[in-house]
Design a protein around this ligand. Structure first.
Ligand code: SF4
Length: 453
């Protein structure tokens, strides 16, 4: 039985794509292995959002070449976003690679791997190696990812609802790597969620590059309700689904019907991700984000007013081309004013063929790093304040299994997406129950299910 090892870089969408490729390969008789030295096929599912992620994958692929000394038939492939963005040019960077498959062709990976492995098993001379590159667009590719494996005890799952983005933010490579917005139908998605619920899943996270604008060009509004909110209604109504999350959204997609949905759909959790990117109106305009700092702040207030205890997290880019000290201070002030539950801060990284990559006034790495550290300190203070405020209270958690850092302990998430670690018993796994929060440290809460009031 041939063996395959898949390494995934980047976001949850990539994790979901890798799961699907794994499923297709295991259905063909491949065995998944965690040790790459035992594999006949190694696939790197890549990320292009930052240069560092691309360099990591290219460096890794360089190291993997050495494994051919003992396994000359070894098939090596790049999948996903970097494969899509760079295409055949990756064969110059990594000449030993056999396969380059873009984001609309994941469903073809098993066929290509089969063909390559057969050839490699019978022709071991390097001259005879011919690589396969497939980065073509494919109509309907958003629906090729569907059925997913559910492991015993698995209670959370990701569900891909759409592909692509038409927004063209000046810094972002996603429209190049994932193409135009294309949504699966509400019926198809709901059927997948129903099937997950039948197999014990209680929480689903709906995935899309611009998830809360799902279906805006393809499906109609119903009584003024957007396709995304119609989808939320449908998914929340599935028996057995107790929590619904979604990521990654755009602030302009939080329209009235979505904010109202938080007030009326109890399965929608009290957490929204609201990517700010910058607090400077000048920079937001150059970024083509479509909102101002004032609109963003008002939106955060309206979301918090829709449901008590709502947590808001964000993404911020520091060091965008031309960002002055004044621009940065405006970002800092907005972060301070909104007081996010968590923030992912990124140093701007130029991405090929994006408008920002060729803008003048690129910021030095030293200045980006200084702003990153400064903002991180501010955000960490807010995170700590929010976590400490929960000590002594009760929170409902969904227990997902053993803690990653200490297998003696269990871990779960609150509805606001905060991690709680506690000493529990196997009976807790997969259950939703209240815990008393006993302390907070870093970004983690510690709790005790045994000391409930
Ligand atoms: S909305 Fe998001 S995915 Fe789309 S271009 Fe902007 S940052 Fe990229």
């Amino acid at each position: 039985m041939p063996s395959v090892h898949i390494k995934t870089y980047g976001c949850q969408m990539n994790e979901r794509d890798s799961e699907q490729v794994s499923k297709m390969l295991t259905e063909r008789g491949y065995q998944l292995v965690t040790d790459e030295t035992e594999a006949d096929v190694i696939l790197l599912n890549t990320c292009s959002v930052r240069d560092m992620a691309e360099q990591k994958a290219i460096g890794k692929m360089g190291m993997l070449r050495k494994l051919r000394r003992n396994r000359p038939h070894l098939v090596l492939g790049y999948l996903g976003c970097m494969a899509q963005a760079r295409g055949a040019s990756l064969l110059q960077t990594s000449p030993h690679v056999d396969l380059v498959v873009g984001t609309q062709k994941f469903h073809r990976v098993a066929d290509y791997v089969d063909d390559l492995l057969k050839t490699r098993m019978h022709a071991l001379i390097d001259d005879e190696r011919r690589a396969i590159v497939d980065t073509e667009e494919e109509a309907g590719s958003q629906s090729t990812i569907r059925e997913q494996e559910v492991e015993a005890g698995q209670v959370t799952a990701f569900v891909s609802i759409m592909q692509g983005c038409n927004m063209h933010c000046a810094f972002c490579i996603v429209p190049q790597t994932r193409g135009e917005e294309r949504g699966r139908t509400i019926e198809e998605i709901t059927n997948e969620v129903r099937s997950l619920a039948d197999r014990g899943v209680k929480e689903v996270t709906l995935l899309g590059q611009i998830v809360n604008l799902y279906g805006r060009h393809e499906f109609s509004k119903r009584d003024g309700i957007s396709p995304f909110v119609q989808l939320l209604e449908s998914v929340c109504a599935v028996d057995g689904i107790e929590r619904v999350r979604f990521t990654s959204p755009h602030p302009i997609g939080y329209r009235d019907d979505l904010i109202e949905a938080f007030a009326r759909l109890p399965e929608l959790v009290e957490h929204v991700h609201l990517p700010l990117q910058s607090g400077s109106d000048r920079i937001l305009k150059i970024m083509r984000r479509g909102y101002t700092s004032e609109k963003f702040q008002k939106l955060a207030e309206r979301i918090r007013a829709a449901r008590p205890g709502m947590a808001i997290t964000t993404d911020v880019i520091v060091g965008f081309p031309g960002e002055t000290e004044e621009d940065y201070q405006q970002t800092r002030a907005l972060c301070d004013a909104v007081s996010f539950d968590n923030a992912f801060i990124f140093r701007y990284s130029p991405r090929q063929n994006t408008p920002a990559a060729t803008m003048e006034d690129q910021i030095s790495e030293e200045l980006k790093e200084a702003r990153n550290q400064d903002l991180l300190q501010l955000v960490n203070r807010h995170v700590a304040d929010k976590l400490n405020a929960l000590v002594g209270t009760q929170s409902e958690i969904l227990c997902e299994g053993a803690s990653r850092h200490n297998s003696e302990r269990l871990t779960g998430r609150t509805r606001t997406n905060k991690i709680v670690v506690f000493e529990g018993a196997p009976r807790h796994i997969g259950q939703i129950f209240p815990v008393k929060i006993t302390r907070a440290s870093g970004s983690t809460l510690y709790g005790d299910p045994a000391v409930l009031d």
